[in-house]
Each structure stands twice: as C-alpha cells, then as structure tokens.
Ligand binder design. Structure first.
Ligand code: IPE
Ligand code: IPE
Ligand code: MG
Length: 257
C-alpha cells in the first residue's frame, strides 16, 4: 500500500495482538519450540516500528499469559530469559523513538532481576510522548477484573461507595490501563479463534481479526491486511446502521456551521 493510501484509511487508535504460533512455526521446520520464540522476537521489533511509523497511539502485545506458567519449566525459563534480554537489548532504541513502555499483569511471580528491569524500563520511558507500548506479561483478563473488583471491595468496606451504586465505569476505572482507549482492533495470529483470557473487559467492542499466519511469519504486509479489514468494518456500538448514517450526516452538518 502506498503512503497516500495508508494516510487515507481509518486507522485504529489501539491495536492489541495475541502473538500466537511460535511453537507451530518451529515444529513445521523440525526445530525446537524455543527457535520459534526467538524468531518471534524479530517480528515484535518489526511490528513495533511499523505501528510507531503509522502513528498508532497504543500497541498492546500479549507476551505471556497467567496460564503459560503451566508450560514445561525449560520453556518458561527460556521465555523469561528472552523477555529480559529483549528488554535489555531494545529499550534504548525504543526510548530514542519516544515510545512509552508499560507492563500489565501480575509481577509477583517474576524473578527479582526481571522485576527490576521492568521498573527500570517503565521509569526510563514514563514521560515519552510517542506511541504507548503495552506488554502484557503474566497477564490474564480475569486477573485484571479481579484486581479492580478487589479495590472496589475495599472502598465498600471503608464506606466510600455504596454497593448499589456500583456500575461498569467503576470496574473499568480500576483496570490495568484505564487512562488509555480500549483496543479498536484485536489481532490473533496462527489460526486459533479464541481470546485466551486476554483483555476480556476491554475487548467488549473491539473489531476482531484472525489470521492463519504464525507469529514469526507475521510482518508489515500482514498488518496492512488487518488494517484494511478494520477500515472496512462498520462499528455500531449497539446502534443501527441507519442511526450511524444520521450521526455522520448531523456531524457533517454541524461541522459546516
Ligand atoms: C506464542 O506462541 C508465544 C507464547 C505463548 C509465549 P506459542 O508458544 O503459543 O505457539 P503455539 O501456539 O504452541 O504454536
Ligand atoms: C495466548 O496464547 C498467550 C500468548 C500469546 C502470550 P496461548 O498459546 O497460550 O493460548 P492457548 O493456550 O492456545 O489458548
Ligand atoms: Mg499458542
């Protein structure tokens, strides 16, 4: 796609990706699973750069789920080391591009070394004004909602809020990235048609896109395909198509006055 076309299409503010299929990519090549994870990191680099170039506001990447601890110990250790080394290797360049890096998920189960690295990366990039990169690690959508509910329960206990007054906004406010827009576009690679406990609450009205491409093979062209699909979707948020037409007309009418 030419830059002119890219500029014209309706781009999502927030893209959330389940980077799946590293193991299957490796298996197809008679390689160990970890080889797929290594190549997967290269795809991460490519996609971050491309999203920043397109001026995407927020990019969220699911790096490790709450359930991934159940994998063989050797794979988990490899992933933790790869996570640490990738942060160490990439952060300088990301920082120089004004990218703000945030981590969502439960940090308690990480090693102290990794926890320190995460804190260091977050504080280094905290004031950056470019794209926000959210890395979901030891993250689960159910965990996220539970954490928010725990905070609310405490407010109820302290008589700061009446249980009868609790509404969805209260829960949304306590989630991991409440200050940022919810994902507009969700992408999952490698063919599985499921959410796997990713941002359960925040995906309520997200456009979903699935591709059979394994994550190590995913690239700028594949992302463009997803963006083109997104640009063709009509986001109705519960309204009828006709109502949307009216809203657009009245907005146009308003903007002419
Ligand atoms: C995604 O690839 C990476 C992580 C979950 C960390 P997988 O490792 O899930 O690859 P498949 O699904 O087994 O092919
Ligand atoms: C989801 O992928 C988690 C990440 C990509 C980090 P999984 O490969 O763990 O999901 P399932 O087990 O196939 O649902
Ligand atoms: Mg998988």
């Amino acid at each position: 796609m030419s830059d002119a076309n890219a500029a014209e299409r309706q781009l999502p503010k927030h893209i959330a990706i389940i980077m799946d299929g590293n193991g299957r990519w490796a298996k197809k090549r008679f390689l160990p699973r970890i080889a797929g994870h290594k190549v997967g990191v290269e795809t991460v680099r490519k996609i971050i750069r491309y999203c920043a170039k397109l001026d995407i506001q927020v990019l969220s990447l699911f790096a490790f789920s709450s359930e991934n601890w159940r994998r063989p110990g050797s794979e988990v250790s490899f992933l933790m080391e790869l996570f640490f080394l990738s942060l160490e290797r990439e952060v300088k360049e990301l920082h120089s591009h004004q990218i703000q890096i945030r981590f969502i998920g439960n940090r308690d189960r990480f090693s102290e070394r990794l926890r320190n690295k995460i804190t260091e990366v977050e504080s280094l990039t905290r004031n950056n004004q470019g794209m926000v990169l959210i890395i979901a690690a030891d993250y689960g959508g159910q965990w996220d909602i539970c954490e928010s509910v725990k905070r609310l329960a405490l407010q109820v206990k302290n008589n700061e809020i009446n249980p009868a007054d609790i509404n969805p906004t209260h829960i949304a406010r306590g989630l991991s990235f409440a200050d940022l827009p919810d994902p507009d576009l969700f992408i999952r690679t490698s063919g599985e048609l499921r959410i796997s406990n990713f941002m359960l609450w925040q995906l309520a009205y997200t456009e979903l896109y699935f591709t059979d491409t394994h994550w190590p093979d995913f690239n700028e062209k594949e992302l463009d395909k997803a963006l083109n699909h997104y640009a063709q979707r009509e986001r109705r948020f519960g309204l009828s198509s006709e109502q949307l037409g009216e809203t657009i007309c009245s907005n146009n009418a308003l903007s002419q006055h």
